[in-house]
Design a protein around this ligand. Structure first.
Ligand code: PMP
Length: 350
């Protein structure tokens, strides 16, 4: 293959998502989905929108953006919506992250980021996590155009407090700081309240995890108007609708159902604490997670081997073939029954 073609192929090597096999009785703890059904109000809103499928959806998603704005205490003009936060990230890369100076992000984080960098021609540099697998902000004092952090980080689950994010945006007024808060609702502090006083901060969230709507594909960004306008310009250049009408209606109803949201996340956090205790009793080292997954390794067992043995027993967990984390398993918090089954199988295997 010529050098030209091998570089094209390299730049287009896709992100490999977690498996979605269709096997009866499978316990899926590999893709950080919510184990519970979404808000019944969201489902009812989707059903009630069916008779509007004949019509085009609102291209500005005005109602949904207003609902998100009201919920987070910002204005509609400070909200951008897309088909999942992956699409919001894609627009962010195209609109805001194409500079000569590199984009900085941790070496161990959401594996989509380097894929997007290659796809959109974004120059990037990774910054090592520290010895405890934490993001150390002092390490970002280096030349760069922007900083991209996943908070809580994936796959470690470790979160930075809001004050640390504020210190970062204050210390780097010339860098755009993008915070991907896909997992923020399971115990971490959101940076959204900082948007009002920092024009170099963009916060991205999703309804796929804490709202149990991964299949609906809704994500959003909150930032000051110039950032949101830049995202809108990229979207408009595709002449694309942001979201179909079912997604707009279902997402708005889900955001409004705070009772479902609070109860479900409390349940998942309680299950996480129980799973952490169970894994620790089995001898696992578990990183302190504020997400809907835990990242754990057993001192005596290889990660790949444990993942394979669980798979033989119809339990899927995520394993990364990557230096430094190859002996860790990333385990999604399932129902209490699923977590108990996982612990029983690990007990048997170990
Ligand atoms: N960011 C992070 C850190 C994620 O783990 C995921 C889900 N894999 C996403 C963004 C994208 O989620 P979605 O497109 O479903 O909103």
């Amino acid at each position: 293959m010529s050098r030209f073609w091998s570089s094209v192929v390299h730049n287009l090597s896709p992100y490999v998502p977690g498996e979605q096999p269709k096997i009866d009785g499978l316990i899926k703890l590999n893709t950080n989905e919510n184990p519970y059904a979404p808000s019944p109000h969201a489902l009812a809103a989707i059903a009630a929108t069916m008779d509007r499928l004949r019509l085009y959806p609102d291209p500005s998603a005005t109602g949904l953006r207003e609902t998100i704005a009201a919920h987070y205490g910002v204005t509609r003009e400070e909200v951008f919506v897309g088909n999942g936060s992956d699409e919001v990230l894609a627009h962010t890369f195209q609109a805001l992250l194409k500079h000569d100076a590199p984009l900085l992000f941790p070496d161990i984080t959401y594996s989509f980021y380097p894929v997007y960098c290659r796809l959109y021609g974004t120059n990037y540099e990774t910054v090592s996590l520290d010895a405890e697998m934490r993001v150390r902000l002092a390490d970002y004092r280096r030349p760069g155009s922007a900083i991209l952090l996943c908070n809580p980080n994936a796959p470690t689950g470790i979160a930075l407090p809001r004050a640390a994010i504020e210190a970062l945006v204050t210390e780097h007024p010339d860098k755009l700081v993008v915070v991907d808060e896909a997992y923020v609702d399971f115990g971490a502090e959101s940076a959204v309240p900082l948007v009002a006083r920092h024009d170099n901060l963009l916060v991205i969230q999703t309804l796929s995890k804490s709202r149990a709507l991964a299949g609906l594909r809704v994500g959003f960004a909150i930032g000051q108007r110039p950032l949101i306008e830049a995202l809108e310009r990229v979207k408009d250049s595709f002449n694309s609708y942001p979201l179909d009408c079912l997604a707009q209606a279902g997402a708005a109803a889900a955001i409004k159902d705070d009772a479902w949201f609070q109860a479900t996340r409390a349940r998942i956090v309680a299950s996480r604490e129980a799973l952490v205790r169970g894994l620790s009793e089995l001898g696992f080292e578990v990183l302190p997670s504020q997400a809907n997954f835990v990242f754990a390794r057993h001192p005596g067992r290889r990660g790949a081997d444990l993942a394979a043995r669980l798979r033989e027993r119809a339990v899927l967990v995520r394993h990364f073939q990557k230096p430094r984390i190859e002996d860790f398993l990333r385990i999604t918090i399932g129902t209490d029954e699923q977590c108990s089954r996982l612990l029983a199988l690990l007990h048997e295997i170990i």
